[in-house]
Design a protein around this ligand. Structure first.
Ligand code: KIV
Length: 273
């Protein structure tokens, strides 16, 4: 059992712990949170990494994309989440265009860490962002590079679709992953790609790779908490599992998610592309 058992006195997790988990094969259980109450429940359930994602623009603010979210929004929610966490590692998302130049990236990332309490920032983009990743990591800012489906590109992509299905797109994504790692990224997040590509990216990487809709072979899994708690209305992506089903309450559902990730029963074949 992971859910809340013996975690009360646990030390805050660090990137070193995630690297060890990757080496030993222990899956890293990650979820989004946007406020202190959910953060505390996730922490107690044994979630290892909590992301304050720009998905807050959709699930909290009611926008139809993540594009309108600002750095100030992220900081507000990061601060709230930080107050709810004891053990879990806090990652903050860099909103649309907040890293369009080196100066903006440094300003946004340092504000997320200093004002928001984030221990790592995440930004969307592959090789094209390598220079920014290099600039930030050289200055001591831990970075997670988000590849595969990049929701901030929704208006360019024209919809949320599986990425990397064709051989050349898959090769380009492997190149993106390598470029981010070479630029100093400490973690990669891969969204909505065929399971065999998720496996290749994790196999090639030497940093922890977290998947969302990327199959069972990444080092960890992440989902939007409102999706797994059946709060989000409307059609949900194929990779989402409703953990409220059969759970007595939210705490139990979060515990079931952590157990399913750690035990390897999530994602199941029906969640994969
Ligand atoms: O913003 C977010 O919540 C994310 C996850 C979907 C990974 O980036």
């Amino acid at each position: 059992m992971y859910a809340g058992k013996g975690l009360e006195d646990a030390k805050p997790l660090t990137l070193t712990d995630f690297r060890k988990m990757r080496e030993t094969g222990e899956k890293i259980a990650c979820l989004t949170a946007y406020d202190a109450s959910f953060a505390a429940l996730e922490d107690a359930a044994g979630v290892d990494l909590v992301l304050v994602g720009d998905s807050l623009g959709m699930v909290l603010q009611g926008h139809d994309s993540t594009v309108p979210v600002t750095v100030d929004d992220l900081i507000y929610h990061c601060r709230a989440v930080a107050r709810g966490l004891q053990r879990a590692f806090l990652m903050g998302d860099m909103p649309f265009m907040s890293y369009a130049t080196r100066d903006r990236a440094l300003d946004s990332a340092s504000r997320l860490m200093q004002e928001g309490g984030a221990k790592m920032i995440k930004l969307e983009g592959g090789e094209i962002e390598a220079d920014i990743v290099d600039y930030l990591t050289a200055r001591g800012i831990p970075v997670c590079g988000h590849i595969g489906l990049q929701p901030q590109l929704i208006h360019k992509l024209g919809g949320f679709r599986v990425q990397g299905r064709e051989a050349d797109a898959a090769e380009a994504m492997l190149k993106d992953a390598k470029a981010l790692e070479d630029a100093g990224a400490d973690m990669l997040l891969v969204e909505c790609v065929p399971a065999d590509l998720g496996k290749r990216i994790a196999g090639q990487a030497s940093v922890p790779v977290i998947g969302i809709g990327a199959g069972p072979d990444t080092d960890g899994q992440i989902l939007v908490s409102y999706d797994i708690l059946d709060i989000t209305r409307g059609r949900k992506p194929r990779f989402v599992q409703n953990f409220m089903q059969g759970a007595e309450n939210v705490q139990a559902a979060l515990g079931a998610y952590v157990e399913a990730v750690k035990g390897g029963s999530y994602p199941a074949p029906e969640h994969c592309f």
